[in-house]
Design a protein around this ligand. Structure first.
Ligand code: FMN
Length: 285
C-alpha cells in the first residue's frame, strides 16, 4: 500500500469531525503531541495551549474517579478502552465526553503513542446542566459570579491536589469603603468597586486564574502554579496598581482607595478545601 505523507495525514485528521488527540507515552507525564481542529473547537483550547500537557487538565470537580482509573489502567496495560466522563472546556462549561483510547502500535516494538477520540454527548448539557451553569459567566470586568468561582476553584483544587502543583487563594479587601460610601453615596461606591474589581481581574496573568467578588468589599482570586510567597508579592503588586488609580477617599486615613491583601495556599493536601483556604486568607487580612 502507498505510504501517506505527513501533509496528507494532517489534512485527513484536520477534516475529522471527532476531536482527536495523540499522546506520547515516552514523554514526561504522557503529554499531548497533536490535536486536530475539532479538538480545539470542542474544548476551546488552542493547540499551543495543550501540546506538552497531560489530557487530565480536561477533568474537574464532577469527573468520576472510577472512569479516570479505567483510563489509567488501560494506558498502563497498553490497552484500548472506551469511557464516558465529564470534562470541562476552557470556559469552564462541562460536557459529557465519549472517549475512546487506542494504543498506536509501531511497526517494530511496543506502544509509544496513543490516540484519543472524543465526542461530546449532544443532549447532555440540556438535560443535566444545573441552573447556575452558564457559559457566559463573567461580568464586564471579567469577574466570575461567586458560585461559578467556587465550582471552577473546586475543580482546580482537585487537579492541583492530584498533580501536586501550587494553588493559592488571594483576597483583596477595600479599606474604608464605608467612608467612601458615606462621602459619595451608594452608586459611587458600587462604581468604585467595579473599577477596583476590573483592575484586580485585569492584573491576573494567566487564562486559568479566576477572580470574583466575595462580599460587599472583598474580591477573591485563585492563582495556579505559584507558591504562597510569590502570590503574596503578586497580590501586593495588584494593590499598588489599585493605589495608583488614585480614587479619592478623603475621610480615610490613606486619603485614597487602597486594598489590603492576604494569601493562603501551596500544594493542596486532602484536608484543604476552597472554603478553608478562603477562611485562612480572611483570618490573615
Ligand atoms: C490519548 C489519550 C487521550 C486522553 N483524553 C482524555 C480526555 O479527553 N479526557 C480525560 O479526562 N482524560 C483523557 N485522558 C486520560 C488522562 O490523560 C490520564 O490518562 C488519566 O487521567 C489517568 O491518569 P492520572 O490518574 O495520572 O490522571 C487521555 C489519555 C490518553 C492517553
Amino acid at each position: 500500500m502507498q505510504r501517506l505523507s505527513r501533509h496528507l495525514l494532517e489534512q485527513i485528521l484536520a477534516l475529522d469531525e471527532d476531536a482527536l488527540v495523540v499522546t506520547d507515552r515516552n514523554g514526561s507525564d504522557h503529554p499531548i503531541i497533536y490535536v486536530n481542529a475539532a479538538f480545539e473547537q470542542l474544548t476551546g483550547y488552542g493547540r499551543d495551549e495543550v501540546v506538552g500537557q497531560n489530557c487530565r487538565f480536561l477533568q474537574g470537580e464532577e469527573t468520576d474517579p472510577a472512569q479516570i482509573a479505567t483510563l489509567r489502567k488501560a494506558v498502563a496495560d497498553s490497552q484500548a478502552c472506551a469511557v464516558q466522563l465529564i470534562n470541562y472546556r476552557k470556559d469552564g462549561s462541562p460536557f459529557l465526553n465519549h472517549l475512546q483510547l487506542a494504543p498506536l502500535r509501531e511497526t517494530r516494538g511496543g506502544v509509544r503513542y496513543y490516540l484519543g477520540r472524543m465526542r461530546a454527548a449532544e443532549d447532555w448539557q440540556a438535560s443535566a446542566a444545573k441552573p447556575n451553569r452558564t457559559v457566559d459567566r463573567t461580568d464586564a470586568q471579567g469577574l466570575l459570579d461567586i458560585a461559578k468561582f467556587r465550582s471552577l476553584a473546586n475543580r482546580d483544587l482537585g487537579i492541583a491536589r492530584r498533580q501536586k502543583t501550587q494553588l493559592c487563594i488571594l483576597l483583596f479587601r477595600i479599606a474604608h469603603l464605608d467612608l467612601y460610601r458615606t462621602t459619595f453615596g451608594n452608586q459611587a461606591a458600587e462604581s468604585c468597586l467595579r473599577m477596583v474589581g476590573g483592575r484586580i481581574g485585569g492584573g491576573l496573568r494567566r487564562a486559568g486564574d479566576l477572580c470574583a467578588r466575595l462580599d460587599a468589599e472583598t474580591f477573591v482570586a485563585l492563582v495556579l502554579g505559584q507558591a504562597e510567597r510569590e502570590s503574596a508579592q503578586f497580590a501586593r503588586n495588584i494593590a499598588d496598581q489599585v493605589r495608583g488609580m488614585a480614587l479619592h477617599n478623603p475621610r480615610s486615613p490613606e486619603k485614597f482607595i487602597v486594598v489590603d491583601t492576604s494569601v493562603a495556599g501551596g500544594i493542596p493536601t486532602a484536608e484543604d478545601s476552597i472554603e478553608s483556604l478562603i477562611a485562612s486568607a480572611a483570618a490573615a487580612l
